[in-house]
Design a protein around this ligand. Structure first.
Ligand SMILES: Cc1ncc(COP(=O)(O)O)c(C=O)c1O
Length: 405
């Protein structure tokens, strides 16, 4: 046993556990990767199948056509966005493509796009493909593999900057970037900001209206328990008409059923950013998770998350494991990355023991409790790591590495 278990405080959020079937089957500490599935998804997918089976093509008129925006409206309050400003797409790579393809890069003096080297690579892949020839990426580098120096970042945002594209919470370390300072500096020099909210919405409070951020894109599959196939894309309402996306499709067309071959007149509302037929099944599956998170409320989720991530850090410190996440609670998202000896092999043995976490190269084991996890589960994973190291059972995983959890 690694430590004596302290008496846990009463945890009223634990009654939500019964809504998530997987919690009865394993120790699920990986909501930074894929949040647990709410049991309500069974009903929603049945409703989808029923609509398809009984209404057939008429289902488009009975709600399917507008579902991407309706689900966007359901997600919007969780990021402080007004109705009509959020649209759901299949993934962030597509949402970024739509955005980057629609930005006006024509000012030759604004030739700089600021990113950092701890951003999610897919954001950068897409950005590189859309960067016009005269523009260049300015990569602000980390000094500690956990965070980005705020002064260096703000200094990099200058009068030549067209766009700042950063994660709100960094995916490897869960460092919370100073979003308000970034937006204020960018706006002061005439630049725009897109933030990746994959690791923020649902686990830390986000208010895009208060911050004035220009664009905000994140996924539902992690902290919103919405499953694969859904990201939300927020555009500040006054900027919508400035976007002329090259990645487009007939759902964005003002008169989609005119079937004209001319340049499309794009819609004036958020559907301006649509492409083609959306994945309707995902739009059904997303909703129970979003409903639950909305009911629970992000404030209590954040309070519990800070308590449990602090507990992980305390236990890691006692055991002498390196911690690769911020120690300051205000700068830490929902995940703690720890790097015990033989971290990769230990992570494989944890999975073999039905304790579900993940491992990221050059970072370590990511442990991500959500509002449905108990403190006992935190002790369980930390005790298991100590036991795996003591007994040497990590050694059976020493041959062959796979980076897919
Ligand atoms: C920060 C971040 N951005 C984006 C993604 C996924 O991108 P996409 O929606 O394009 O698959 C992930 C997935 O793990 C992520 O952690």
């Amino acid at each position: 046993m690694l430590v004596d278990h302290d008496t846990p405080p009463p945890d009223t959020l634990l009654h939500w556990r019964r809504e998530f079937p997987i919690l009865d089957r394993c120790t699920y500490l990986i909501s930074n990767s894929l949040g647990a599935m709410p049991r309500g998804v069974y009903d929603n997918l049945r409703a989808y199948a029923d609509a398809w089976a009984t209404l057939g093509v008429r289902a488009w008129g009975d709600g399917w056509w507008d579902l991407s925006g309706q689900v966007g409206d359901k997600i919007a309050p969780l990021l402080g966005a007004p109705p009509g400003s959020v649209l759901v797409h299949q993934n962030a790579s597509i949402a970024n493509s739509i955005l980057f393809s629609g930005l006006d890069f024509s000012d030759p003096v604004r030739d700089k796009v600021v990113i950092c080297d701890l951003d999610f690579p897919s954001d950068v892949y897409v950005l590189r493909r859309w960067l016009p020839e005269h523009a260049r990426l300015h990569v602000v580098k980390t000094h500690d593999s956990i965070s980005i120096d705020t002064d260096e970042l703000l200094d990099a945002i200058d009068e030549r900057t067209r766009l700042v594209s950063l994660s709100h919470v960094l995916f490897k370390s869960a460092y919370v970037m100073p979003a308000d300072e970034i937006v204020n500096k960018a706006h002061a020099v005439g630049a725009q900001v897109v933030l990746n909210g994959y690791h923020s919405v649902g686990v830390i409070p986000v208010d895009v209206s208060a911050s004035g951020v220009d664009f905000y894109i994140g996924g539902v599959l992690k902290w919103l328990c919405g499953g694969p196939g859904g990201v939300f894309m927020y555009v500040r309402p006054d900027l919508l008409q400035t976007l002329e996306p090259k990645v487009t499709g007939w759902f964005a067309h003002d008169k989609p059923f005119a079937f004209e071959l001319e340049q499309p007149a794009l819609r004036d509302d958020i559907y301006r950013l649509m492409t083609g037929t959306p994945g309707i099944a995902s739009l059904y599956a997303i909703q129970p998770g979003v409903d639950i998170i909305s009911q629970v409320g992000v404030e209590p989720i954040r309070a519990k998350s800070i308590r449990q991530t602090s507990l992980i850090i305390t236990l890691a410190d006692r055991a002498g494991y390196a911690v690769a996440s911020p120690r300051e609670a205000a700068r830490r998202g929902g995940t703690v990355t720890i790097n015990p000896p033989h971290a990769y092999e230990v992570s494989r043995e944890l999975l073999a023991r039905n304790i579900v976490i993940d491992y990221r190269q050059n970072a370590g084991i990511r442990i991500a409790p959500h509002f449905y996890n108990s403190d006992d589960e935190i002790y369980q994973v930390m005790d298991a790591i100590a036991q795996i190291l003591d007994a040497g059972s990590w050694q059976q995983h020493a041959a062959g590495r796979s980076f897919v959890t």
